[in-house]
Design a protein around this ligand. Structure first.
Ligand code: NAP
Length: 692
């Protein structure tokens, strides 16, 4: 799985020896050896690299007028790539996957990797082994499945662009790439090519506007891609703003938001700016449902009420708190005017709103596109009359830039399990990344199981939960293999959980674990759980630990373990479980167990999230849940799943219905307000729907 830990903002370039070593080790697809770059691999801050007036490179096989000459000179002079001899660069030679991994690993400052994945075709301790481990573990270059990495395989152009795109953080770019042969690009590479084209990374590489995705990439082309990527800041990560000051900007038509903004400004020692409309709002303008001015503006997405005056020195601020009242569920349109009046690229925006009844809802996320280059922190709603100390507590709990990045701020309400709602994943204590919504396969068998898993993978689901006891591991394995082939997915893209059962399976754990691996036939299993406590559970877990050491299982966990069971179990094992899977739904909430587990740094996953087969009717039809669903224009199932996510609980709803499967992935375009969470929390009956 992709590891969100790649810090593209802080990437440093330090490429030098690797390609030399690659070629000296007689790689089949590298036609010439490369000597170290003059800089000797010293890290170079990419933000300081210049793309202007590059002196020509000194290579005899790089004509000064060649399309890649400037890029090669740039890479050489910045210590990114060097020649294959002291006088040649071999711009037409190809690069292997191991070599590309090495380049990018060095660009990331050669981070160390714990629990490295094992590949049968990678020589341990070789020049590339750290880079390959890093690339596979971060998901920048995934293994092939079946335990191989393809170290000596050349890299096609579409693979190379996708690898660079992953390295840059997999940014989505709207629209279709304009290359003439876009249709021949593999589906899995299309987003990357769109991104590369939009950021001019393909400049010089297109012949008659054709990308030729399946052709092997050449060294000159790789130099060109890196040159354009680095000099265009194509990571999409905003350059950090330099002003270092905080601004509290607010709009307050009835003086409800004003005092909160003043508290914030005072607490933060920040400048205060009032967004004043050129035409003030009268009481008549503000009267709801009269088709008055506010009603009309809120009904017209393009309305942009003019602002009187402006912030003269916006460049000085790197954090902007933005306060507004809620009008018809949204921010007043004058906030749109404000956001479109300045360049917020690289700045952090912290929205807050005042409302007597409704929550912040989608009012903050709907603003993101108006300042898409900013880091938006999650917004917060306050009632009118909120005290200074409440505002102070809120501010103290924020992850402002000094402490962390914007992505870190996208966490669940608990703050314990750091769910990233952008990547839709969580990093486990094992270091692996796991999706936070998946598909449960209990009671899915035969064709139904294969089709459901494939349907889920086609809908973007990347987490599949099975178990030896479900009797469907073979079908799950088959579906995953077929989907990888059909959808162009890599094994690393998919996270598969299975479980071994009490009784004879836990009494003979090595045999049972191997049987799961054999039935799944996916090379390795991402996570294995003990399905229930058992007299042999410690022995079984210790056997799973050995499989982790051998690289056949990546992470371990438990299922149906509660506080007392955990207290007894944890001291007896070496690897802290990464996950506990327990029954959790609005009628059985485990409100004491969840925080206990999360405080241990263990992720919680809920089974029967929709109440379980046979029980879903009552839960999905629950008045409170249906009401909230209606207010957000989503289904009851989506509300329940979102409620789980906001509590920091991973969801694995079971379904054989492709429409339900897809619907169950659409959980990230709306958010439940604090009051809505509280309403669902109040539904707890402490009533299990199964015996364990
Ligand atoms: P569930 O997810 O709570 O409910 C599944 C039921 O919900 C199915 O009848 C399904 O019908 C329906 N459904 C799914 N999405 C829906 C939607 N959007 N709208 C309306 N109905 C929807 O129960 P589950 O599948 O039994 O449990 C989830 C997973 O947890 C299991 O598959 C299994 O992986 C795991 N589990 C683990 C344990 C354990 O002991 N560790 C125990 C039980 C379950 P359709 O097929 O028609 O969509």
């Amino acid at each position: 799985m992709k590891n969100g830990g790649i810090d593209v903002k802080k990437r440093f370039l330090s490429f030098a020896m690797a390609i030399c070593m690659v070629c000296l080790l007689t790689m089949t697809s590298c036609s010439a050896a490369e000597i170290p770059a003059a800089s000797g691999g010293t890290g170079v801050d990419s933000t300081k690299l210049t793309s202007e007036s590059q002196p020509a490179s000194s290579f005899s096989d790089v004509p000064a007028d060649a399309w890649y000459a400037e890029a090669i000179a740039y890479c050489q002079q910045n210590g990114i790539m060097s020649g294959t001899t002291s006088t040649t660069f071999a711009p037409e030679a190809t690069l292997t996957r191991a070599m590309l991994a090495t380049v990018l690993h060095r660009m990331s400052d050669t981070p160390a990797v714990s629990d490295p994945p094992v590949f049968t075709d990678a020589v341990a301790g070789s020049w590339y082994s750290d880079a390959v481990s890093w690339a596979a573990k971060t998901g920048v270059i995934s293994g092939y499945g079946g335990g191989t990495f393809g170290v000596n395989d050349p890299t096609t152009r579409e693979q190379a662009v996708t690898i660079l795109w992953r390295y840059a953080g997999e940014l989505e770019t709207a629209g279709t790439a304009g290359v003439a042969d876009f249709a021949s690009i593999s589906t899995w590479a299309q987003a990357a090519v769109r991104w590369a084209e939009a950021n001019d990374i393909l400049d010089g590489m297109l012949d008659n506007n054709r990308f030729d995705p399946k052709t092997n990439i050449k060294r000159g082309e790789v130099a060109s891609m890196l040159y354009h990527y680095l000099s265009n800041n194509a990571s999409g990560q905003p350059e950090p703003a330099t002003g270092g000051k905080t601004l509290v900007a607010y709009f307050s038509a009835t003086n409800t938001t004003r005092p909160l903004a003043e508290y914030a400004s005072d607490i933060l020692n920040a400048d205060l700016y009032e967004i004043v409309p050129e035409a003030p709002y009268t009481d008549a303008d503000l009267a709801y449902y009269t088709n008055g001015r506010a009603d009309r503006e809120q009904n017209d997405a393009s309305a942009r009420p003019a602002i009187s005056g402006s912030v003269e020195n916006m460049a000085d601020y790197d954090v902007i708190f933005l306060g507004y009242p809620i009008w018809h569920g949204q921010a007043p349109r004058i906030i749109s005017t404000f956001l479109e009046s300045y360049d917020f690229t690289g700045k952090t925006i912290v929205p807050f709103c005042t409302s007597h009844s409704s929550g912040i809802g989608s009012s903050d996320t709907n603003l993101h596109s108006l300042a898409s280059g900013a880091n938006w922190l999650a917004g917060r709603r306050f009632a009118g009359g909120t005290t200074r100390s409440t505002i102070e507590d809120w501010i103290n709990g924020l992850d402002l830039p000094e402490q962390s990045t914007a992505v870190d701020a996208v966490t669940s309400a608990t703050g314990k399990a750091a769910f990233n709602f952008e990547t839709k994943s969580v990093t486990l204590n094992s270091g692996y990344e796991m999706p936070i919504n998946g598909l449960g396969t209990y009671s899915l068998h035969g064709e139904t199981c294969v089709n459901s898993v494939k349907s889920a993978l086609a809908s973007g689901v990347r987490l599949i939960d099975t178990a030896s006891a479900y009797g469907n591991e073979e079908e799950v394995g088959q579906a995953v293999r077929e989907a990888m082939e059909e959808l162009g997915l890599q094994r690393e893209d998919i996270f598969v959980i299975t479980k071994i059962y009490p009784g004879s399976e836990m009494a003979n754990p090595e045999q049972s674990i191997q049987a799961c691996l054999d039935r799944l036939d996916l090379g390795y299993v991402d996570m294995m759980l003990l399905h229930h406590p058992d007299r042999n559970d410690v022995k079984a877990y210790q056997a799973m630990e050995k499989f982790v050491e051998e690289g056949k299982i990546r992470s371990l966990g438990l299922s149906n373990w509660y506080v007392k069971e955990l207290e007894e179990f944890l001291p007896q094992v070496s690897i802290t479980p990464a996950l506990v899977q327990n029954e959790i739904h609005p009628y059985y909430q485990e409100n004491e167990v969840i925080p206990y587990i999360q405080d241990l740094g263990i992720v919680v996953q809920g089974w029967y999230p929709l109440g379980g087969r046979g029980h879903t009717g009552e839960l999905l039809g629950d008045e409170v849940i249906s009401g909230i669903a209606k207010a957000h224009g989503v289904s009851s199932a989506q509300v329940i799943l979102r409620w789980n996510l906001q509590k920091g609980v991973v969801v694995i709803p079971g379904s054989s219905n492709p429409d339900h499967i897809k619907e169950n992935t659409e959980l990230y375009d709306f958010a439940l307000a604090d009051e809505e969470m509280a309403q669902i929390n109040a539904l707890d009956r402490n009533k299990k729907h199964d015996w364990y």
